[in-house]
Write a protein that binds this ligand. Structure first.
Ligand code: CS2
Length: 492
């Protein structure tokens, strides 16, 4: 491993084929606090913000990690510089990004993060905290007041744990200091993500003083956004390969596909960077774009992740190499997911589907099926169940949705087709496994038990006899012949 790391001093030495910041980093002013500095943020919002800085803006980002110090420990020795590598079947393009100015690790010093969020210059607080970070009930969208982090935060205003706790107490301090509020920009894969955030924010604020709860309603905005870019977790071999190109080590590099999309509701309290200069689209209503993206891209992603993982495929591109699975993706998108969305007149849904299949087949990206399979209980309602309800109401096909659900149920039983244990990462993993164990060997009971599991399925779906039968039939096929044969048979 190279002793030299990427930083302000070594920046000048790296290969000329790499794009580097062409603006004076010392003139950046911090306008954004970003909560959740994972790979996605660094490859998406930060990349848009970087391009606008190149265009003369002065909006910079201070970010926070709400859990582990890893990203801060990678970025701090690099003066917060990192590379974004765009990978496609045709090669790669590298850009060093300089818009991140500092990274806080919330558990180490919650006070420091609250101080950052109560600076007058902060006008936007953005979030990529994943679905479970909102501490809501996935099937209803209500704040889960019993959530341990929320309980903790209600009792500890000076040292919150959840993103929501930080936001609420930072806002309260701003009110007390006579400072203005800020815009909250959710960049997570939830339908109407801004509305979900606003709802849990107001519900949390309602637990505090009424005067503050009213202030929050006046002094915040929560625009909705649709975010899209496939960003797999970076591996050591990615870092090693990049080191050969850069000539220095970059421990904070992120890998992404070339495609990127960001549709944002133009509803900001005190301004925003001109992200449209970097290709973001500002619209009055994001919902239709969110639904298309969640139900097609993410819905199909989860289908490929569970079915592909069970069949022994490591990455999404590997799954797409198997013709029966490529056909499954195509048919799921065309016959079921597309039926449940109403695309705007100028939106070519067939072209969008074709592009998705190509993106999934990008062999340069090593996007693990296991990574996408994480947190299914938090993802499935918006990825599959909206489509399922639509199809049930309209007499549309539900076969592939049931196959998807059956694969997920097999997956959370924590054993794959070959009898190998699966490391299931999901906040409800225990409950889900218990449902599988209690109904093992009985597809009909298993289907009923899952459809009756209200945190994911709500109250309505368990009453649908046809759905229960269709799901039981898929579970039975999987149990008898395994996922590979089931998919091959159904795609004949
Ligand atoms: C994926 C998403 O991990 C997952 O659940 O489906 O992260 C997906 O790659 C992005 O939403 C693409 O924009």
């Amino acid at each position: 491993m190279n002793e030299k790391v990427l930083n302000s001093h070594t920046l000048a030495d790296i290969s000329a084929s790499v794009t580097t910041p062409d603006y004076d980093r010392s003139r950046i002013k911090t306008g954004i606090v970003h909560l959740g500095i994972g790979a996605f943020h660094r490859a998406h919002q930060a990349w848009y913000t970087e391009q606008v800085l190149e265009d003369g803006s002065d909006w910079g980002i201070v970010a926070a990690s709400l859990r582990s110090p890893t990203v801060r420990d990678q970025l701090a020795p690099q003066n917060y510089l990192y590379s974004l590598v765009e990978k496609s079947n045709d090669g790669e393009k590298v850009r060093v990004i300089g818009c991140v100015q500092d990274v806080y690790v919330a558990p180490e010093s919650p006070r420091a993060l609250l101080d950052a969020m109560t600076q007058e210059g902060i006008r936007v607080v953005s979030l990529t905290i994943t679905e479970k970070g909102y501490c809501h009930h996935p099937s209803s969208g209500e704040l889960n007041l019993q959530h341990p982090d929320i309980q903790h935060d209600l009792a500890n205003p000076q040292a919150p744990k959840s993103a929501l706790g930080f936001i609420v107490y930072a806002l309260r301090e701003r009110m007390q200091k006579g400072l203005p509020g800020f815009t909250l920009l959710s960049c997570d894969n939830l339908p109407s993500n801004g509305n979900v955030l606003q709802r849990v924010l107001f519900q949390f604020a309602d637990q505090l003083e009424p005067e503050f709860a009213a202030w929050v309603r006046e002094n915040t905005r929560c625009p909705c956004t649709m975010v899209d870019r496939i960003v797999p977790a970076t591996t050591d071999s990615d870092r090693d390969a990049l080191e050969k190109l850069l000539g220095v080590r970059d421990n904070a590099a992120v890998m992404a596909e070339p495609f990127s999309q960001w549709v944002v509701e133009d509803n900001f309290l005190r301004g925003r960077p001109a992200w449209e200069k970097a290709g973001a689209t500002f619209v009055d209503d994001v919902e239709v774009y969110e639904l298309i993206k969640l139900r097609l891209l993410n819905g199909c992603h989860s289908l490929l992740a569970y079915s592909g993982y069970l069949a022994g495929f490591e990455t999404v591109a590997d799954v797409m190499q198997e013709p029966a699975f490529a056909a499954l993706a195509e048919r799921f998108l065309a016959d079921e997911a597309s039926a449940a969305v109403e695309a705007p007149a100028d939106f070519d849904l067939a072209a969008y589907r074709g592009q998705l299949l190509e993106r999934f087949a990008n062999r340069a990206l090593k996007h693990r099926t296991w990574q996408i399979a994480m947190d299914g209980s938090q993802k499935i309602p918006q990825r599959w169940l909206g489509t399922l309800r639509h199809q049930l109401q309209n007499g549309g096909s539900i076969e592939l949705l049931c196959l998807a659900l059956a694969c997920w149920i097999r997956y959370v039983s924590a054993e794959d087709d070959a009898g190998k244990p699966i490391e299931v990462s999901d906040p409800l993993a225990q409950e889900l496994k218990a449902l599988c164990d209690a109904n093992a060997g009985n597809p009909r009971e298993l289907a009923a038990a899952f459809l009756g599991f209200a945190p994911v399925f709500g109250e309505d779906l368990q009453k649908n006899e046809a759905l229960q039968q269709a799901l039981a039939a898929q579970l039975e096929l999987l149990a008898k012949q395994g996922v590979l044969n089931t998919v091959r048979m159904q795609m004949k």
